[in-house]
Design a protein around this ligand. Structure first.
Ligand SMILES: [Zn+2]
Length: 64
């Protein structure tokens, strides 16, 4: 979902323009949500997932 098309109920302007405090609050919230999925993908989590994948592959090779 993009915030480009959202129209503010307070000032009837586009939320992305940030004409009033309501727009700016909504824009900040939307931008936070957009960063949400990437915030969980920090390098430590990626490293753990990678290690688990390698271990699983190694186990698969050994059991054959
Ligand atoms: Zn507004």
């Amino acid at each position: 979902m993009t915030c480009d098309q959202l129209v503010c109920a307070n000032c009837n302007g586009r939320v992305i323009d940030g004409r009033c405090p309501v727009c700016r609050a909504n824009r900040a919230r939307l931008q936070q949500e957009q960063h949400g999925p990437f915030a969980t993908l920090n390098p430590t989590v990626l490293l753990v997932v990678l290690c688990a994948a390698v271990l699983a592959l190694a186990l698969l090779m050994m059991t054959r």
